[in-house]
Design a protein around this ligand. Structure first.
Ligand SMILES: [Zn+2]
Ligand SMILES: [Zn+2]
Length: 338
């Protein structure tokens, strides 16, 4: 069995399995799309192989699936049999519909892709998959990344909304349309008495999540109704000065903005920062490895090298960034690494 990076994560025996390809033209027998974030979704029309994704991910990315592509929906905890492998999806706790990919053959391999262990107001955290080989994300794979309890941040958002309303400001929350916005929608519903008015892109994603049975609360489309709005939710890329000014004029109120992201305080002093990440922090990553008890680990994204070193030290197992595994086969790798 070979595991390496080649325009996505490859797991290969005679059969070639590819997870989250970075480009549309790829060579693989079966392709798995872990979740709906655009850097993970590149679906080509000309591939003869099938793309598998959860039903909700399929709903969220439907517009990006070419008519000629083979896309198939696979539910959580169900599986497909390849020539030598059984492949299944397990919740990754990252965004609604997001999945870890579990490949069982001669060895059991789990590719977490983007994940978090924290439960959120709209979904449970990732299920930890015991495995022989773990490919774990490492976006925040450095000890200094430690996220607060989610409920504490929700309460902060609630307080901020209340404060803004008392001062007759219009609060605007910023979060990515896919993932963060569904959580923000639910937070506004649960931690304030307002119904959020949301941008069209968010409205579409929210409606898809709701149609798939997720309870994210009430929301309304921003139309010509700004004067009735008590809270807005917008994608961050639309929160430039001109747009905010235009909103303020139509709503006849001053606006205050808050942004939800895991990166520590990106704000320039004008907006309030709520540290809500859809990724695992360092402790969650180490916790995952400790409980999954893999015999070896590959790290992927962000602080891959730092996390690999920490894992080697803590668990005395081989670990390395998957990017460096391009030319290695697993057997060789086991020999060269202590
Ligand atoms: Zn993601
Ligand atoms: Zn990602």
């Amino acid at each position: 069995m070979h595991i390496y990076e080649d325009h996505g994560i490859v797991i290969q025996d005679q059969e070639r399995i590819l997870v989250d390809p970075h480009r549309k033209r790829v060579d693989a027998d079966r392709i798995f799309v872990s979740h709906a974030h655009s850097d993970h979704v590149h679906i080509g029309a000309k591939n003869p192989s099938t793309y598998y994704m959860t039903p909700l991910t399929h709903g969220l990315v439907e517009k990006k699936i070419p008519k000629a592509a083979y896309a198939e929906k696979m539910h959580f905890n169900s599986h497909v049999h390849g020539k030598e492998h059984k492949i299944s999806f397990v919740n990754s706790g990252h965004i609604l519909g997001s999945a870890q990919i579990v490949v069982e053959g001669e060895k059991k391999v789990c590719v977490t892709t983007d994940m978090k262990l924290q439960d959120s107001i709209i979904m449970p955290g990732a299920e930890i998959v015991p495995c022989d080989v773990l490919v774990i994300e490492s976006t925040f794979g450095k000890k200094e990344y430690k996220f607060p309890e989610r409920e504490d941040v929700y309460a902060q958002v609630g307080k901020w909304l209340k404060h803004a309303q008392q001062q007759n400001f219009l609060p605007i929350l910023q979060g990515y349309a896919t993932g963060k916005a569904q959580e923000l929608t639910k937070i506004v519903n649960e931690y304030s008495s307002a119904i959020p008015f949301v941008h069209k892109n968010i409205y579409e994603k929210n409606a898809i999540a709701r149609a798939h049975g997720h309870h994210i609360g009430k929301f309304e489309l921003i139309d010509h109704n700004l004067k009735d709005a008590e809270v807005l939710i917008l994608p961050p890329n639309l929160c430039d000065y001109e747009t905010l000014h235009a909103i303020s004029v139509s709503a006849k109120k001053s606006v205050v903005t808050g942004i939800a992201t895991g990166w520590p305080s990106p704000s320039n002093g004008h907006e309030t920062h709520f540290q809500l990440s859809d990724h695992a922090d360092y402790d969650q990553l180490m916790n995952y490895v400790g409980k999954a008890e893999p015999k070896q680990v590959f790290t992927d994204h962000g602080f891959a090298r730092e996390l690999a070193i920490a894992i080697q030290k803590e668990f005395k197992i081989p670990a390395r960034p998957i990017e460096e595994a391009k030319q290695y086969v697993l057997a060789q790798y086991e020999r060269v690494t202590p």
